[in-house]
Design a protein around this ligand. Sequence first.
Ligand code: CA
Length: 509
Amino acid sequence: MKRWGLPLFGLLAACASVPTAPPVPQRPPNIVLFVVDDLGWQDISVPLWSERTAFNDRYRTPNLERLAREGMSFTQAYASAPVCTPTRTAILTGQAPARSHITYWTLRKDDDTSAKFPGLLPPKWDVNGLQPEDATLPELLQEAGYRTVHVGKAHFGAVGTPGADPRNLGFDVNVAGHGAGGPGSFLGLENFSAAARKGDRVWDVPGLERWHGKDVFLEEALAAEAVEQLDAAVAAGTPFFLHFAPYSVHAPITANPRYAANYAHLDPREAAYATMIETCDAALGTLLARLDSHGIADETLVIFTSDNGGLSAHGRGGEAHTHNAPLRSGKGSCYEGGIRVPLVVRGPGVVRGTRNDWQVISADLFPTLLAAAGVGLPRDGIERDGLDLTGLLRGGWLEAERILVWHQPHFWGVNGPGIWPFSALRVRDWKLIYRHADREFEFYSLAEDPGESFDLAATATPIVLELAKVLGERLRAMGAQMSIDATTGLPVPWPDKVERPTSFGFYQF
Ligand code: CA
């Protein structure tokens, strides 16, 4: 693609790896998809930046380090959205939120969770989330003979709708998943219920009654439940798809006393957060050990990732908006801290011990995992946005330049950098952000400025206009719903259809 008249660069940068991948087995691989909630790009001890960071030293994820040694780590993996539901549903459907209209997080039936933003209203988005009529990854794998198991946080569809229960979305088994996106409590001693903090009982984690009253952290119980499911699938002799989704490290940030001594030097809130990360990593270790003991590690694809950037606007110790440094801001934001996430993949056909700098996104997991299972994309006439990453995982490269798009016509409700209704695009190292409220652009060059500190929009007008056109075309092609102007009741203009005054009078681009 040469539409910007500039030479391509970096196209082969990702392929300088030694091709030592485990062979692809004759039968379809098992799949363990491990999706941590709100885990930031720097919330792990595996370095994903050009240099090791203080956060890499702070957090302890030895099992993820093992996974990285035995698999491929992506340094520029993105969540499909800066908040939970739209990313989770993008993984399950391969559709970007702009296309599915599931652009924000869901909770109760017909309830819009969007916070109020001055001058804007959200569009009529799909407030109930994923529903049984949607073709999903587990459903397609189920039809192909997989045993499909969900353990942990679901948050695919709203409470009071069929989509709240993962069993209505293609999972044979659901352990502890429902319509709410956070737990009442992380403690078995509190029955995983919000009752102890006098919170809304909608957050109570369902289906873990056998652990009530016990000294167990939520992810410890989930790991034990997952092991049982894994054993049962192995005993049945069928390939399995285990979607393991910790409720950690989402609020309410809660210390796991078993790991507290490792973080005694930190601010108490940050220490508690670090213990949640280590608890998730221990759950990963439990699952990896079980794959080893069954002798099926080489025939199981393991994917570790997160659904959005790390929480940083509130509820954390230390200075707000700094917890994903060197990236800017965090969960809810259009900046990199809100959308860049860890992604590590290990298994058949995946080159061992490599780092991959290609830009990939959550929705890619849909076609990638279907391809791994030998299942074709559904022929239902529905367009999908994810890209099959099989070639990358085998040490190859993408043939075409990628254009990634984010679209969140909602306000997350907490003030902070980039936390506003927006559309955004990334291509090469360029990032364009379109702010719905004032119809203005921001433009960054991430190679030189990963922290998005130097807005080049005013000085790079020709490329900003060209990228705005690409963003507008993409959004229209996806049928995206723009924010609504509260004054006129009309949608905010597409990024390439903004009328603005200049020294030459009004023009439109
Ligand atoms: Ca989340």
